[in-house]
Ligand binder design. Structure first.
Ligand code: NAD
Length: 342
């Protein structure tokens, strides 16, 4: 089998996870990762057998001084690739796009970039086929990915009239020791809607969703409080909602009363128990016992592991853009490689 050659540009929270996920796929070859700093993460990449490239000449000098083998600059890596995962920080993807264009390479950007940069915002179960043959795509942010999965499933099953979501966002990722808040709740922003609702609309155009957000002092997951009004409430029930969400990919249920999931910390702990790499939870996690139907409205709580949830979406976007497999086959293959059971 001809393996598709994938480069990862930007190697930290998202890039490290996607690089490992690419390496785990049967139809992909990770040809290298590009990064700025010659730090422990670069050494760890080398230990895994990944070829490391520097973002620029200054970086290459730092790698040489640190005794870390550097195979060239990110441009050299991109030249060798069929497709690039750009997992650089917000706005750097925009700066990198001319390089991908000049070298005629496909690239996948992340949620920190604007929709317009790629022209296609992607969530596998919602719009896989729209990515077919595209040079550029953007995997939407962690919160938008989770919302798209759940709202798309509910809309397909029952028809959504309107969705409202309040998001308590983790303030920082676990390795960001300099970020806060550490003792307050920060409106993010005070004005409504937050960017999440409009971002869902880059994948599900015209979908009626309004979002509000705040930052809370945790590094463990985001928490969504969702209220979804259905077009017709006559046949709704909690069990039907559970069946619909349960048959949709990458949604996991937990229970508070029965299984003791009282908090996001319990979910991260479960991921440790499962032996997931880096404790990653790729699924949107819904508390089954929070699902409540009142008339036409469905209520639920959902947790989102911000570091991990977009990993499978990046893998599926690679296959979609290169017409390598059907949507269902790609989701199945990605899930199998990552140990996702649903
Ligand atoms: P990050 O800052 O953790 O990692 C980015 C890495 O890219 C860093 O190591 C940085 O040094 C490196 N970098 C910077 N400039 C570079 C360049 N020119 N060439 C190569 N490498 C360069 O960022 P992240 O959290 O992984 O986020 C990456 C993207 O994914 C952003 O668009 C972000 O919005 C999005 N995203 C982040 C999360 C999250 O929770 N962290 C979740 C979903 C989506």
């Amino acid at each position: 089998m001809n393996l598709i050659r994938v480069a990862v540009n930007g190697y930290n929270v998202i890039g490290r996870r996607v690089a490992d996920a690419v390496a785990a796929q049967p139809d992909m070859q990770l040809i290298g990762v590009a990064k700025v700093k010659a730090d422990y993460k670069a050494r760890s990449a080398v230990k895994k057998g990944y070829k490391v490239y520097a973002a620029d000449e200054k970086g290459r000098k730092n790698f040489d001084e640190a005794g870390i083998q550097c195979f060239g600059l990110s441009r050299d890596l991109v030249r060798e690739a069929d497709i690039v995962i750009d997992a650089t920080p917000e706005d750097i993807g925009r700066q990198n796009k001319p390089m991908y264009e000049e070298l005629g390479k496909k690239a996948i950007f992340q949620g920190g970039e604007d929709h317009e940069l790629a022209g296609l915002s992607f969530v596998a179960q919602c719009n896989y086929d729209k990515a077919r043959g595209k040079q550029f795509a953007r995997v939407v942010s962690c919160n938008s990915t989770a919302l798209c999965r759940v709202l798309h499933a509910l809309d397909g099953g029952f028809g959504v009239a309107k969705a409202n979501v309040v998001i308590a966002r983790r303030a920082a990722d676990p390795d960001e020791s300099g970020k806060g808040p550490i003792d307050s709740v920060v409106l993010d922003p005070a004005s409504i809607p937050s960017h999440h609702g409009p971002d869902v609309n880059t994948v599900l155009p015209n979908f009626p969703v309004v979002s509000m957000a705040m930052k809370i002092p945790t590094t463990h997951m985001h928490l969504h409080s969702l209220i979804v009004s259905m077009k017709d409430g006559s046949s709704l029930s909690e069990n039907k909602i559970i069946d619909e969400l349960g048959s949709s990919p990458r949604i996991m249920f937990v229970t508070s009363k029965k299984d003791g999931f009282k908090s996001t910390a319990n979910i991260m702990d479960m991921a440790r128990e499962m032996g997931r790499p880096r404790n990653d939870v790729y699924e949107a996690v819904i508390w089954k016992d929070s699902i409540k139907v009142l008339g036409r409205e469905v209520y639920l709580f959902m947790a989102v592991h911000q570091e991990a949830i977009v990993t499978p979406e990046n893998i599926d976007a690679i296959r979609a853009m290169n017409a390598m497999m059907s949507k269902d086959d790609s989701i199945r293959t990605t899930n199998h490689a990552l140990g996702i059971s649903s």
